[in-house]
Design a protein around this ligand. Structure first.
Ligand code: XLS
Ligand code: NI
Ligand code: NI
Length: 435
């Protein structure tokens, strides 16, 4: 044990009446909601990077946090792993996620970097023999090092593509060995700063080739996890190719990969794309692409990916509505991908962020389950589209009517469609009844 959380006790569920800031008030992992344990619905994960590698810096100033593992090379990485697993225990969470560079320092060559990553991977494997925390997903950081400034898979230089591929091979294999349930590709710098130096079509082909290589290698090593693309419209590049769920789907379909890949949808990325979080979930779910979630939101005034912990139960209720309607996230889960604010210096702050976030997720889940159980919402939705279930509506959808047929019918029956209320305010109130 390190003394990082000295004086603090593990977070437990104490119920709504509790005033203990380090207790769950709504997240009760074993409580059955809609036929399943709460934990099995949410599958929450701590993000290694924001929780243990972020330093509180912003564009105007560097590090504000003071962690005992900073600047200590591999010794620091080992201490960081100790504190990470202590954090998972303190929070009693079933999952974590990492990038290669979060867990171990980069070396002078890829061989050395990979060796460092592998060494910490072995420590993880050892800790996972006694810890109950599992790996939700692994990923490679293909965006921080300056070699990737012009992209990784989409770089104009094939050597950069090659280097990135070698990096992914290592992390994919480690993810597999650690029993990871997913592998994530977020297109860090897969985009452009200016069209003046960019061939879009060429870069798209490169990106598809890269993804295909990843899928082929996953198959080769017997990785049964889900491969996920995390859409984001901008930041760090001015324009990111994986703009939103619909764009990613179009890309995958164009290269015949849509059956092999799903999406990891991040709340804040949805906002940056000019959508709501639930829009992205609804679109993904309708396309069979809803795989997993990054639960972090943005400061809505900032126009930036600020990675705040979730704090809006209403938003999460709508999210869980789509998740429950599709029968859950399967291998996916809710990765926090959230970081502490620059002034939140204390170890306890790391716990507060996750405790509050998990309680918000639990409230959202319970509200959505109640909404579905009540049935009014679904009934109204079905009623609105009922015309398509039989008769003329069904015949149109089945391709049994031509434009001529339809025109004839309007004339024959002197068709006068009657507008009906969309009842938006009523529906919004209905949702709030359960939140
Ligand atoms: C950045 C992304 C990143 C991915 C993992 O905006 O959210 O953190 O989740 O590479
Ligand atoms: Ni993310
Ligand atoms: Ni993000």
């Amino acid at each position: 044990m390190t003394d990082f959380y000295k004086g603090l006790s593990p977070v437990k569920f104490e119920g709504e009446q509790s005033t203990n800031a380090l207790a769950y008030r709504h997240y009760n992992k074993d409580e059955i909601v809609a036929g399943k344990r709460m934990e099995d619905h949410i599958r929450p994960a701590v993000a290694y990077w924001h929780s243990f590698a972020a330093e509180g810096g912003d564009p105007f100033g560097g590090r504000t946090f003071d962690r005992p593992w900073y600047d200590k090379g591999m010794d620091g990485a080992r201490m960081k792993a100790d504190v990470a697993f202590e954090t998972f225990d303190m929070l009693d969470v079933p999952f974590f996620c990492f990038h290669d560079v979060d867990i171990a320092p980069e070396g002078d060559s890829l061989a050395e970097s990979n060796k460092n990553v592998r060494e910490i991977g072995e420590i993880f494997a050892k800790k996972m023999e006694t810890s109950r925390t599992r790996l939700l997903w692994g990923t490679a950081n293909l965006f921080s090092n300056r070699r990737y400034m012009g992209g990784a898979a989409t770089n104009p230089d094939p050597d950069v593509f090659t280097y990135a591929a070698a990096q992914v091979k290592n992390v994919l294999e480690l993810t597999h060995e650690l029993g990871g349930e997913n592998y994530v590709l977020w297109g860090g710098r897969e985009g452009y700063e200016t069209l003046l130096n960019t061939k879009i079509g060429q870069e798209s082909d490169q990106m598809a080739r890269f993804l295909t290589l990843v899928i082929e290698h996953a198959d080769k090593i017997g990785f049964k996890g889900q491969i996920l693309i995390e859409p984001k419209p901008q930041e760090p590049t001015k324009h990111q190719y994986d703009y939103d769920v619909a764009t990613v789907y179009g890309f995958l379909q164009r290269y015949g990969l849509e059956k092999r890949v799903k999406c990891n949808i991040e709340v804040g990325h949805a906002f940056l794309a000019g959508h709501s979080f639930e829009h992205e979930l609804a679109v993904a779910s309708s396309l069979g692409m809803l795989g997993s979630v990054d639960a972090n939101r943005n400061d809505l005034q900032s126009g930036w990916d600020t990675d705040h912990f979730p704090n809006n139960p209403g938003e999460m209720a709508l999210a869980f509505y789509y998740i429950l309607k599709q029968g859950g996230l399967g291998k996916g889960g809710f990765n926090f991908d959230a970081k502490l604010r620059r002034q939140s210096l204390d170890p306890a702050d790391l716990l507060y962020g996750h405790v509050g976030g998990l309680d918000v997720l639990a409230r959202g889940l319970k509200a959505a389950a109640a909404m579905i159980e009540d049935g009014e919402f679904d009934r109204l939705l079905d009623e609105r589209y009922a015309g398509w279930q039989s008769g003329e509506g069904k015949a149109i959808l089945n391709g049994e009517r031509s434009l001529e047929n339809l025109a004839e019918r309007v004339e024959r029956e002197n068709l006068q469609p009657q507008p009906r209320s969309g009842r938006q305010e009523y529906l919004e109130n209905l949702v709030n009844r359960f939140v």
